[in-house]
Design a protein around this ligand. Structure first.
Ligand code: C5P
Length: 230
């Protein structure tokens, strides 16, 4: 079959990671979580004791970061220097710090280069039945893979995104859990959107609004876009 590259962007709490992973799995494609790469870079800098506001030092460290990303949607792995950091990068300390690293333009250039390499491998290698990749993040449809066969912006109302993230992090979506997640959703998206455009769809990018959809309905909506445009 012809290789298929699906690019999917969206704000935090839109469900893009779980939805992309499921879509990749159903289509037999690889799954690339580019947010995990920015999180890994942040973890690595903190681990190495570098001041995250020291942009040249952060850029130099990320340029030599020994990162390995596993793209199996049933087991996406993240290792730095042989250490499994898949769980550590989900810690709230990383979620709070990651925008400082992700707004470093030299870091973006380095990770963009690595992301394109990973996508190119999947374009030709074949994964499990299919050939190609679902890559998700903030700038995949616009910068990393603007030539992707399918480009989707997954959005949801701020209210829906806050409630989802609160449930993920605190197990419920009561008022205090929602407030506690606000920094990690609203403030992070504001900071991130200074360097990437993921709040409105770019030309040719199809918007899927998941505010009133459950997980399965959202997966179906994205699969329909793939059928229609891929
Ligand atoms: O998607 P996730 O929440 O794991 O992304 C973590 C962070 O990585 C984002 O808040 C953003 O700062 C950064 N990111 C980015 N560009 C991407 C993917 C993620 O700047 N393509």
């Amino acid at each position: 079959a012809r290789p298929l590259v699906v690019a999917l962007d969206g704000p935090s709490g839109s469900g893009k990671s779980s939805v992309s992973r499921q879509v990749a799995s159903r289509l037999g494609l690889a799954y690339l979580d580019t947010g995990a790469m920015y999180r890994a870079a942040t973890w690595w800098c903190v681990h190495q004791g570098v001041d995250l506001t020291d942009q040249p030092a952060v850029a130099a460290l990320v340029a030599s970061m020994p990162l390995e990303i596993g793209v199996d949607p049933s087991d996406p792995t993240v290792h730095v220097d042989g250490t499994d950091i898949a769980e550590a990068i989900r810690d709230s300390s990383i979620s709070t710090a990651v925008s400082a690293v992700a707004t470093n333009l030299e870091v973006r250039a380095e990770l963009r280069r690595r992301q394109r390499e990973l996508i190119d491998v999947e374009r030709t290698a074949g994964f499990s039945g299919g050939v190609g990749v679902v890559a998700e993040g903030r700038d995949i449809t616009t910068v990393v893979a603007p030539d992707a066969d399918v480009r989707v912006l997954l959005t949801a109302s701020e209210e829906a995104r806050l409630a989802r993230r609160a449930k993920d992090v605190h197990g419920d979506a009561d008022a205090s859990s929602v407030e506690a997640t606000r920094d990690q959703v609203v403030r992070r998206d504001r900071d991130d959107s200074t360097v990437s455009q993921f709040l409105v769809a770019a030309d040719g990018v199809v918007t899927v609004d998941s505010s009133d959809l459950d997980f399965e309905q959202t997966v179906q909506a994205v699969l329909e876009v793939v059928e229609r445009t891929g």
